[in-house]
Design a protein around this ligand. Structure first.
Ligand code: ADP
Length: 293
């Protein structure tokens, strides 16, 4: 399958901050890929490299078989950054026409507005739109030039349930027509609704690259915390640490772990079971994998 966007061993620094650390990633034609990770993981940096807004410190970035810096390549992509400013006095229809006019290949205006639930707002001035409506328009504009590939950075930020649905429908319609999409989110639920493939990033590195169900299994990790002097070997422990006089165990099956703990007869107190954050789950699992190499 054709690769539309590729990074090879890409590192990006901002001064002392290592935003991306040797990231190699291929996005193939027709894929809808979700880039998942907590704030500061490096998602926006990766989008900015793919769309030519930033250059890597080292490594290479390819877009549509060429350089993201080449305007010819950029003409075939659509982008919605995290924040967009639209002129308040213009009407929705005018903004769509203005943006479309920059592209040799334009989307049908009525279809675009329909796909993103904007048809009834076509004569409304931007200044009179709600935050959610503005966001929907900003995302719709990424599709104005009939792009081969679209990059959406946190597309549904600030949207209510209905707005999110409308946006998801528009994104799906593009994908059903064969379009390729890379979108970021820090919610697995959001990515699950759209993508088949999930790339998890944390601290500038790719921590996992897999299907939605596989990632869901990985992040179903729980933290079991208790006080105990010594513990027997327990089943299904993915990672463990002692901190502040407490023992923390990470497991995908806390029920079984607790049953075995009680069975072992080892004295313990103050048992707590909590969900882990996405980042914690992945960093623990990767740290463990690395330890076995
Ligand atoms: P995400 O989109 O996953 O929240 P970012 O790519 O925005 O992550 O940021 C990755 C890291 O790079 C963070 O530590 C962030 O503070 C840092 N960073 C991003 N942009 C800049 C910048 N322009 N100058 C300095 N540091 C930056």
């Amino acid at each position: 399958m054709t690769v539309l966007a590729r990074t090879a061993e890409v590192t990006r620094r901002y001064g002392d901050v290592l935003a991306l650390d040797r990231v190699s990633l291929d996005i193939r034609a027709g894929e809808l890929v979700g880039l998942l990770g907590p704030n500061g993981a490096g998602k926006s940096t990766l989008i900015n490299l793919f769309t030519g807004l930033r250059r890597p410190t080292s490594g290479t970035v390819e877009l549509l078989g060429g350089s993201p810096q080449d305007p010819v390549m950029r003409r075939d992509i659509g982008v919605t950054p995290q924040e967009t400013g639209l002129p308040e006095a213009l009407r929705v229809g005018e903004v769509v026409d203005f943006v479309s006019a920059h592209f040799p290949n334009r989307s049908d205006r009525a279809e675009l507005l329909d796909r993103f639930g904007l048809r009834d707002l076509v004569r409304r001035q931007i200044g009179g739109l709600s935050g959610g409506q503005k966001r929907r328009l900003a995302v719709a504009l990424a599709f104005a030039g009939r792009p081969k590939m679209v990059f959406l950075d946190e597309p549904t930020t600030g949207l209510d349930v209905e707005g999110r649905r409308a946006l998801w429908d528009g994104i799906r319609a593009f994908h059903d027509d064969g379009g390729t999409i890379l979108l970021t989110s820090h919610y697995l639920e959001e990515i699950e609704a759209l993508a088949q493939r999930v790339v998890v990033v944390g601290h500038g590195r790719v921590l996992a690259d897999d299907t939605v169900p596989a990632i869901r299994d990985m992040v179903g990790v729980r933290r079991v915390t208790l006080s105990a002097d010594t513990l027997p070997e327990l089943p299904g422990v993915l990672g463990s640490e002692r901190a502040d006089g407490r023992v923390h165990l990470l497991t995908a099956d806390p029920d079984r772990l607790v049953v075995e703990l009680v069975r072992s007869g080892a004295p313990f107190s103050g048992l707590e079971i909590r969900p882990t954050t996405l980042e914690e789950a992945f960093l623990t699992i990767t740290a463990r994998e690395n330890a076995h190499v």
